[in-house]
Write a protein that binds this ligand. Sequence first.
Ligand code: DMJ
Length: 480
Amino acid sequence: MELKVSVTLQYTSSVKCQACRIQHPSFMKIKLFLIFLTGILLQVPFVSPAQHLSDAAKKLQCDLIVDACRHAWQGYMKDANGYDALMPISKKGQNWYSSSLVMTPVDAFDTFYLLKMKKEADEAKNLIFKDLSFRKDMEVQLFEVSIRFLGGLIASYELDGDPRFLNLAKDLGKRLLPAFKSPTGMPYRFVNLQTGKTRDPLSNPAEIGSYLLEFGKLTQYTGDSVYYKTAKKASFEVFTRRSRIGLVGTVIDVNTGNWINTESQIGARIDSYYEYLYKAWLLFGDKDCKAAWVASNDVIVKYLYTKTTKGAFFTRVDMNTGIETRPLYGALDAFYAGILTLSGNLALAENIQQGNTYMWAKFHMEPEEFNFRNDSVTSPGYALRPENMESCFYLYRATKDEQYLRMGKKMIDDILSKCKTTDGFAAVKDVRTMELEDSMESFFLAETLKYAYLIFAPESTLDLNQYVFTTEAHPLKIAK
Ligand code: DMJ
């Protein structure tokens, strides 16, 4: 039924735009029948009608997203004011650690700034300077605190100019450095902000190699080279431990440098390690990082890239043999189409985005992970993640192809209609039943809504020649 509706709508626009070239009505009928048949045979998800989105429609979409940001923020302010995050169903606040680091305001400030939400930006700023302090005898997860707080605070400083953002970032940076004091220079996963005590040597490429951008900025603003050097050493300790065929695994012991889990993939626990190699080149012109990205991407494409009739996906293989372990793909993997676009691999990116779209349209929301060969869901939640939207944004910027506007619209419309609660937006426990979960991660405001807005907003809202987004979507300014 739904397929029929989509095809009918596609008919309307095909006739409109091709009328001058193809006049013969029976030819059109045959063509439409073939489109319909291909759709059924390949189960291609027709995301939405191929209609032109006018400037007025784009503006309307932006307004809807601003309203959604406001709704999420009002829920946080009402039920979770001063906490790290909102629990949107039980209408309470929750903290990640023993006391709050006011995570949501820090992660969200630059979104409010870019979306010109002055009142919300002021409220977030007041909360941050009233409540945020890193002078705490408290253990934090290095990776999460770096991408959400260092990235958030530095981007806020660069956009807004208030030096207090930068002072907080500098203070945090100093407190995170002890995490890297391991025999290999690869960081432990947890560090105490006051004592520098570390914990958990079993880490992964993402949690080891995602510091180049934020720590590079600390070096720029403190004049102390230790930050960038430390981050770069960590990333390259992973890179030099790649296998004979050039792949990295999922878990590594930072004390011994031995791989503990040799499954290679591009999603959870590896994703931003690759992302930062390329972005360190974009932000700082680091040629070593660019070379490491090129070498890594070549083998990812060689061993993991898998074309199917549904679109392309990245599979999972053993890092030593290149043999497939599990044909799993998921919400986090979806970011790779974006980094491929940025790095000029447009054809591959477009194929991957077809896979991303298939994954979303299949359930009208993507599962955390699914088996792309038999379409079975292996992890059913949707945590309000941004990666699919992020790739859509980069592809629309690069191609101006309206199919990406339609994909973005489909995704954000699904989220806004299905995840909205009275006091915010909730993650989904199972995309097959659409049961909601009591969580609104700060990256919903930091990333998902920001990328959604930027798909439809004028390019001048954020110029990609001047800024590089961190893995948490905090825009950092490219130094001249
Ligand atoms: C975010 O915290 C970052 O994008 C990270 O790199 C991956 N996970 C979440 C979003 O899904």
